[in-house]
Design a protein around this ligand. Structure first.
Ligand SMILES: NC(=O)c1ccc[n+]([C@@H]2O[C@H](COP(=O)([O-])OP(=O)(O)OC[C@H]3O[C@@H](n4cnc5c(N)ncnc54)[C@H](O)[C@@H]3O)[C@@H](O)[C@H]2O)c1
Length: 263
């Protein structure tokens, strides 16, 4: 028996990065996975890789900021696999801008993807999660990608902190709201991870730190474990929270940050 056998999971932003690593791991653990993303080519490639290894996967176009887009994407997944047990609200964006530089449009863009996206995903998936959870031995699960930036502050990317802090508490509120439906809701809080976004963070921090290399080595030092994280470090946590092994966990925060926030 594999830890995700028989489960159907929807992963937003699963074309690349942490979402793709999660999709691959969930499929290896027996789940049928639906990937929704803006990046159709990368998403189709991730699905092809999963299928080539014998996994069950489907790609569907999704813009997490749009309610209709969510409706169509979730329907595609439910039609293909017969329901939904797990939702991973993973899609997200990052940019570094001080409050003085930031426009209202910047702030709203961050909110639209990182917060509206999580709300709309949750709202759209909920009826399907409820239906399967009522019959499943343990129930369903939602895992929301927050960040250590949702726990502690930092200068010059306040909009990202705002969005990830919002995800953290929205998660706890949903956990209480959905407990009667047997749906667990938890957040995961990565440190800096080696993905396109992780590299963007290094690149945008570099001017203030002298160079890309200087920024990278400062980020490495910020993690007491002595390295930047790998996507599999986070996928392991998401799969755990989504699986029945986390049956007694809801409304909590799984921090996977190499010790950054322990300091
Ligand atoms: N990489 C890190 O260091 C790090 C650290 C903490 C938290 N996170 C969070 O983890 C999640 C995944 O990050 P990642 O590092 O894999 O980033 P990434 O940029 O590599 O991948 C993000 C994915 O989300 C998709 N996406 C963006 N906007 C979208 C939209 N409107 N609709 C649908 N899909 C959209 C992108 O196309 C991409 O495939 C994000 O929520 C991010 O904030 C990442």
């Amino acid at each position: 028996m594999n830890r995700m056998d028989g489960k159907i999971a929807f992963i937003s932003g699963g074309a690349r990065g942490l979402g793709a690593a999660t999709a691959r791991m969930m499929a290896e653990c027996g789940a049928s996975v639906v990937i929704g993303d803006l990046l159709d080519e990368a998403g189709a490639q991730t699905v092809a890789d999963i299928r080539a290894k014998g996994g069950k996967a489907l790609y569907t176009h999704l813009d997490v900021t749009g309610e209709d887009s969510w409706r169509n994407a979730v329907k595609a997944g439910v039609d293909a696999f017969g329901g939904l047990d797990v939702l991973v609200n993973n899609a997200g964006i990052f940019f570094m801008k001080s409050t003085e530089e930031m426009t209202l449009a910047d702030w709203r863009r961050m909110s639209a993807v990182n917060l509206d996206g999580v709300f709309l995903g949750t709202k759209t998936a909920l009826p399907h999660l409820k239906a399967r959870a009522a019959k499943a031995p343990v129930g369903g699960a939602i895992v929301n990608l927050s960040s250590i930036a949702g726990i502690i502050g930092g200068a010059n990317f306040s909009a990202y902190h705002m969005s990830k802090g919002g995800v953290r508490l929205y998660t706890k509120a949903c956990a209480l709201e959905f407990a009667p439906y047997r749906i667990r809701v938890n957040s995961i809080h990565p440190g800096l991870i080696e993905t396109d976004m992780g590299r963007q963070v290094v690149r945008e921090a570099a001017p203030a730190m002298g160079s890309d290399n200087a920024a990278r080595s400062l980020f490495v030092q910020s993690h007491p474990i002595g390295r930047i994280g790998e996507p599999a470090d986070i996928a392991n946590g998401v799969v755990f929270l989504a699986s029945d092994e986390a049956a007694f966990m809801t409304g909590t925060e799984l921090v996977v940050d190499g010790g950054w926030t322990a300091q």
